[in-house]
Every structure is written in C-alpha cells, then in structure tokens.
Design a protein around this ligand. Structure first.
Ligand code: FAD
Length: 382
C-alpha cells in the first residue's frame, strides 16, 4: 500500500515486473559482453515501456511520473544496466523533447525513442566539466544555414545505441560571470557528418549499459536542430535533471530492494552454529534497518514524482529523494554482501553485481554533494 500510487500505476509496474522475470538468464552474458541485447530493447519498445512518458496523442502511453518511477524500480530490481538506459531514454531525453520541441521535432524524434530501434542519449558532461556543468566548452556556431558543433562529451549513457543525442553546447563566448549564458540544447543525429562515438568506457558496474564519449569535430546539423530557444539550454538541462533525479532515486530503490531480497532468502537458507543465520540478531537488525531506509527512500521518490505530476515545484524533493535513496543503496547493497559472507563477494551471486551497479547512483545526474547544494540553496534562499 502506498499513498502516492493508483491502481493503474500499480498494474503497469506489475506488468513490467512480470516481463522482467524473463531477463534473468540473459544478464550474465550481456554483462560480460558489455552490451544490452537489441531484442530486449525492441521488446521494451513493443511493450510501450520506452514511450511510457510520452503523451498518448504523440503515440506514447502517457503514464504518470509516479508510474514511471515504479516501472524504473522494477526494471532496476531486475537488471540495473537496462534500467539506466531506459531512464535516460524515456526520462530526460523524451521529457525534454515533449516539453521543449517544436511540432516538427516531436514528429521526427519521438517515434525513435519509442520504437525499440535504439535508446536516446543526453550529452552534458565533458572532460573538463562535470558538476560545474555550466562551464562546458562544446561550441556551436551558425554555418551554411545550419549549425557547426565542435567539442567532446564524456560518459554518455546509450551513446552507442542512440539515434540522436540532446547535446548542450555554447553559442558565443564564455562569460565567466554568467557561465550558463549562451548554452543551447541541440538535437544531434549521431549519424550527422562530423559526429563519432568513442570506445565504450570500462566500468566498475552497469557493464551492459553503454557509457561512451561523443566527439563532434565540425559536426554539421540543420537549423532546425535547436531544442527550445538559443541560449536557454541550461535551463532545459537543469529541469530535465530534476526529473531524472526521481528516476535515479527509483533505480536506487530497485537495486537495494533486490539485493535485500536476495540477502533475506540466503539468510533463511544458510546455516551456521546449527541454525539459519537469519536467527542471529546482528543480522536481523541489519535487515530491519536497511528495509526501513528502503521504504523511506521509495516514499521520497514517489513524493517527488507525485508533486511533479501535479505541476507543483519538486526540485528540492527530487534532490532529497536522489540523495537519500542513492546513499541508502550503498548501505543496503553492502549489507547484502555482508549477509552472504564470502559468497557475497563472488560473481556467482548477484548481490556482488548489485553492489557494483548501485555505486554509480551517488554520482550521475549530480553527485550527492551537488544534491546537498541544491537542497541547501532551496532551503536557505532569500
Ligand atoms: C555510469 C555513468 C553514466 C553517466 N551518464 C551520463 C550521461 O548520460 N550524460 C551526461 O551528460 N553525463 C553522464 N555521466 C556523467 C556524470 O553526470 C558526472 O560524472 C557527474 O555529474 C560528476 O561529474 P564529474 O565526474 O566530472 O566529477 P567532478 O565534477 O569532477 O566531481 C568530483 C568530486 O568533486 C565533488 N564536487 C564537485 N564540485 C563540488 C562542490 N561545489 N562542492 C562539493 N563537492 C564538489 C563531486 O561531488 C565529486 O565527489 C555519467 C557518469 C557515469 C559514472
């Protein structure tokens, strides 16, 4: 029972959870290979999951933010690497297009986010700008009736699968006093001349999720590639990240939930000193605390999604949810490893992977430190 969740949202999440049960056998090979199977992405397209945040009038499911958070929890519980790709595609990328694109841009790009042929990418981070995103150096200038873009984006999820990326680039010179000025969002097709994708990063976790650089070396795109207005891209990125943070909170909840489920099942089976280890108070207290933190994290994520669905401000609540849930996921997955003892450290047991996969949640879409800055700023403003 959850105060923020309606029957439709519960059913949607249940359907995705049922579908995701079939993935288990695919995960080890895909994680080893470092790639999401194309047919799984295609399936998500067929099921409507990829278009779930897109309005029905545009061909999507038009699901609520609460519904999307629940679905991301289920996908993350099943397979974190897959959930990250969906979160970016159907969260920040689809959301930015729905909110800021022209009718023509929507008609051109939304089908590509829904049809299961790929997963969209969002490209903000650069080698010299991460937390300080407004200091980005990628430059865009008008050329030949369109735009020319030069620069490099780093750590971009889905780059290898993406039909296009939303790229944040600066129009005009950097003004050190107003670093966000001039930043513009562009829809860059990844097959445009001058665009290439770097080699996939080798990561601690989320190994089947693609994380690669996007290099733009005299990339040429059309005049119609600007998303929103020239110079308003930073606001587009920041509002996209607000929503994305709810998704990361939901991911963290899914990762922690499954790790703890596995740990509970193990604790009931594993015997030491003549009894199941689940009988030992030290272990029981660890589970009780972790499950309480998990429940609190889910409520924070759903509260932020619920506010968003009602058009209410949710920046602070999304940052709180992301901060609390991602930090919770570190504690929960490490508690799960501890409960499995030596087996928890071994690759044959999935908790090892959940602990590695969960590590990124305190880093991407704004580190924990950045969430604290966002929360404190909103609390102490004026
Ligand atoms: C798996 C993965 C997928 C990613 N996917 C994407 C993607 O799809 N698109 C995209 O654009 N980016 C993506 N990123 C990049 C991610 O958003 C950045 O890594 C993140 O924002 C942090 O930036 P950074 O790595 O440059 O760290 P830095 O900004 O260099 O930070 C280093 C450390 O300094 C701390 N720090 C920085 N500033 C402050 C401050 N003012 N106060 C206190 N502490 C501070 C940080 O919290 C951190 O601990 C991804 C990253 C990972 C790991």
């Amino acid at each position: 029972m959850n105060p923020f969740v309606g029957a439709t949202e519960r059913e949607l999440a249940g359907a995705v959870a049922d579908w995701a049960k079939g993935l288990a056998g695919r995960i080890p090979a895909a994680e080893k290979e470092g790639a999401l199977p194309r047919d799984v992405i295609a399936d998500l397209g067929r099921l409507g999951v990829l278009g779930m945040t897109i309005p029905e009038a545009a061909g999507g499911l038009g699901a609520s933010g609460v519904g999307f958070a629940l679905v991301l929890e289920e996908l993350s519980a099943a397979w974190p690497s897959l959930a990250v790709g969906v979160a970016v595609n159907s969260g920040i990328v689809a959301g930015s297009i729905v909110r800021h694109a022209t009718v023509e841009q929507r008609q051109r790009w939304l089908p590509k986010l829904m049809d299961g042929s790929g997963l969209g990418a969002f490209a903000l981070t650069e080698p010299t700008s991460g937390s300080d995103a407004a200091s980005l150096r990628t430059a865009a200038r008008r050329e030949g009736g369109g735009w020319r873009i030069d620069g490099q984006k780093q750590f971009i999820t889905n780059a290898r699968y993406a039909p296009f990326a939303i790229v944040l680039a600066r129009v005009g010179e950097l003004d050190p006093k107003r670093t966000a000025a001039g930043i513009t969002a562009f829809v860059v097709p990844l097959d445009a001349p001058g665009v290439s994708v770097g080699r996939p990063e080798r990561k601690l976790g989320l190994r089947a999720s693609d994380t690669s650089a996007i290099v733009m070396d005299g990339a040429t795109i059309g005049a119609d590639a600007v998303l929103g207005e020239v110079g308003k891209g930073f606001a587009i990125a920041m509002s996209g990240l607000d929503g994305g943070r709810i998704g990361i909170a939901a991911q963290s909840v899914g990762i922690a939930r499954r790790a703890l489920e596995l740990a509970r099942a193990y604790a009931k089976e594993r015997r030491q000193f003549g009894r199941p280890i689940a009988d030992f108070e030290g272990l029981r207290f660890s589970i009780a605390k972790a499950e309480s933190d998990l429940a609190a994290s889910r409520l924070l994520a759903l509260r932020a999604a619920w506010l968003r669905d009602r058009g209410r401000p949710f920046t602070r609540e999304a940052a709180m949810a992301k901060l609390y849930a991602s930090e919770m996921a570190q504690r929960a997955t490490h508690a799960a490893v501890q409960i499995l003892g030596g087996n928890g450290y071994m690759r044959d047991y999935a908790v090892e992977r959940y602990a590695r996969d969960g590590r990124a949640t305190t880093i991407y879409e704004g580190t924990s430190e950045i969430q604290r800055i966002v929360i404190a700023r909103s609390l102490l403003a004026a």
